[in-house]
Design a protein around this ligand. Structure first.
Ligand SMILES: Nc1nc2c(ncn2[C@@H]2O[C@H](COP(=O)(O)OP(=O)(O)OP(=O)(O)O)[C@@H](O)[C@H]2O)c(=O)[nH]1
Ligand SMILES: [Mg+2]
Length: 155
């Protein structure tokens, strides 16, 4: 079964992404994920499992790496209105690539409908060729189809 893991700091939109593709809804309220939630999903006609992880360290628990094992795709989210979440992308990548060096990495800058703080992005530290960068607004749906296409191509 193809495994997709959602990574990124707290509040960047991982759970919102999952809700929007599974239920077509957008949650306005923020409720931090604890540990990881695993959801089966049909994506482009294929069965996948999506692992929605906790971005807040205190809610993650001790065994972060176990969520990554056998991941096919790691989607690393950040918030375009929150610089720290952007600098954290490198840490999430460095951590994940140790455990799943062959995974596809997809970087997503979210909340694109808001005035952005992160204007220049540079992901040169990502050494794999299996990478792409997308900007989306999960709230408005802007960019979401391109992102889903990229994920499907990586399956
Ligand atoms: N304006 C705006 N807000 C968004 C967007 N996507 C998500 N949010 C909001 O951002 C907040 C955090 O969303 P979550 O999806 O719960 O964040 P998370 O990454 O799962 O956070 P953790 O579970 O703590 O790691 C919520 O209040 C959402 O409504 C977007 O595209 N635009
Ligand atoms: Mg969450």
């Amino acid at each position: 079964m193809t495994k997709i893991v959602l990574l990124g700091d707290g509040g960047v939109g991982k759970t919102s992404f999952l809700k929007s593709i599974r239920q077509g809804t957008f949650p306005d309220r923020y409720c931090g994920t604890v540990g990881a939630e695993v959801h089966p999903h049909l994506l482009g006609g294929r069965d996948v499992t999506i692992w929605d992880t906790a971005g807040r360290n205190e809610l993650m628990g001790p065994q972060r790496e176990t969520y990554l094992s056998d991941a096919t795709i790691c989607v690393i989210f950040f918030d375009l209105t929150h610089r720290k979440s952007y600098t954290s992308v490198q840490e999430h990548y460095n951590f994940a690539v140790k455990y799943v060096p062959d995974a596809h990495f997809i970087i997503v800058g979210n909340k694109s409908e808001l005035p952005r703080v992160v204007t220049n992005t540079n992901f040169q530290y990502i050494t794999t060729n299996n990478t792409s960068y997308h900007e989306v607004s999960i709230k408005t749906g802007e960019g979401m189809q391109d992102l889903l296409n990229a994920i499907q191509q990586a399956l």
